[in-house]
Design a protein around this ligand. Structure first.
Ligand SMILES: Cc1cc2nc3c(=O)[nH]c(=O)nc-3n(C[C@H](O)[C@H](O)[C@H](O)COP(=O)(O)OP(=O)(O)OC[C@H]3O[C@@H](n4cnc5c(N)ncnc54)[C@H](O)[C@@H]3O)c2cc1C
Ligand code: FES
Length: 249
């Protein structure tokens, strides 16, 4: 992890309130599921905002973000060539050696952002399921990294009408990875448990990337704690990726 003022190579609107930011950043190894704390240099907002790595190469990191409030709105106005303060990569990320067998990646809305780099790292070995309320984004990027990609929208404008979880036959998979709205991740964890309950000899791993409000991002403030069977853990330092079986729900 390092902190630096990084040059903005691109910061453009993808669609509606969804933006893509690319910054100059050199770091040896960034794992999918890790994130950065981003802050403008003029201190227009006090606390940095956590945003996941959407993609990266040796010299740059890309983020896909949705304008939610003051922080992300301010970031969206930064122009190419100026600098942003970046602290990262942070968090445990996805351990690729734990993602074995037949894999499903299930993303919802802006929760699809960290899953693109994961799909890339898994080199097309995962089936990908993406869910959106209405407006869709990033689907073409995912197509590069999957042989099977299915989309659901709640309004039926793209793909199948309904929730993304209804597209998945959980009994088919050995490992399910998910990030998205809490209600969607709960539905995914429930479905994995039901699938396991049908056949006790079956081992299905369910990995979830949690989104908690964060202040420091480095494990110091305890603002992001999550209740686990082994006690309270910090989403920023011990997570944001957890095995669903660890969580107290
Ligand atoms: C580990 C991690 C990775 C993330 N990755 C991404 C990403 O790749 N792309 C992206 O667009 N967003 C991501 N987020 C969410 C992003 O950090 C928040 O949307 C952002 O901090 C909101 O700041 P704001 O000042 O724009 O809005 P605020 O004014 O702070 O809040 C606006 C609204 O968003 C809600 N909100 C703020 N932060 C969060 C949060 N962490 N989780 C849920 N609701 C929140 C608030 O309750 C409020 O309703 C991530 C969050 C975490 C913890
Ligand atoms: S945000 Fe401070 S401990 Fe996690």
């Amino acid at each position: 992890m390092k902190i630096c003022n990084s040059k903005i190579l691109k910061n453009e609107q993808v669609i509606d309130n969804i933006y893509r930011l690319i910054i100059e950043f050199n770091f040896d190894k960034i794992l999918p599921g890790q994130f950065f704390m981003l802050k403008t240099l003029n201190n227009e907002f006090l606390l940095p905002r956590p945003i996941s790595v959407n993609d990266c190469d040796n010299n740059s990191v890309a983020f896909l973000y949705r304008i939610e409030g003051h922080g992300t709105k301010t970031i969206s106005k930064l122009i190419e060539g100026t600098e942003i303060q970046a602290l990262g990569p942070i968090g445990n990320g996805f351990e690729l050696d734990k993602i074995q067998g037949k894999v499903a990646i299930i993303g919802g809305g802006i929760g699809t952002a960290p899953l693109l780099y994961l799909a890339k790292k898994l080199s097309s070995k995962a089936d990908i399921y993406l869910g959106f309320r209405d407006i869709t984004y990033g689907i073409d990027e995912f197509k590069k990294y999957s042989n099977k990609l299915s989309v659901a929208t709640e309004d039926g404008s793209v793909g199948q009408k309904g929730f993304v979880t209804s597209l998945v036959n959980f009994d088919e998979y050995d490992c399910v990875v998910t990030c998205g709205p809490e209600v969607m991740m709960n539905a995914v964890m429930d479905a994995c448990e039901r699938s396991k309950a049908k056949d006790s000899s079956r081992n299905i791993t369910c990995l979830v990337s949690l989104e908690k409000r964060m202040a420091c991002g480095v494990g110091a403030c305890l603002g992001c704690v999550v209740e686990t069977k082994a006690g309270m853990k910090r989403a920023c330092k011990d997570g944001p990726v957890f095995n669903a079986s660890e969580l107290v729900r």
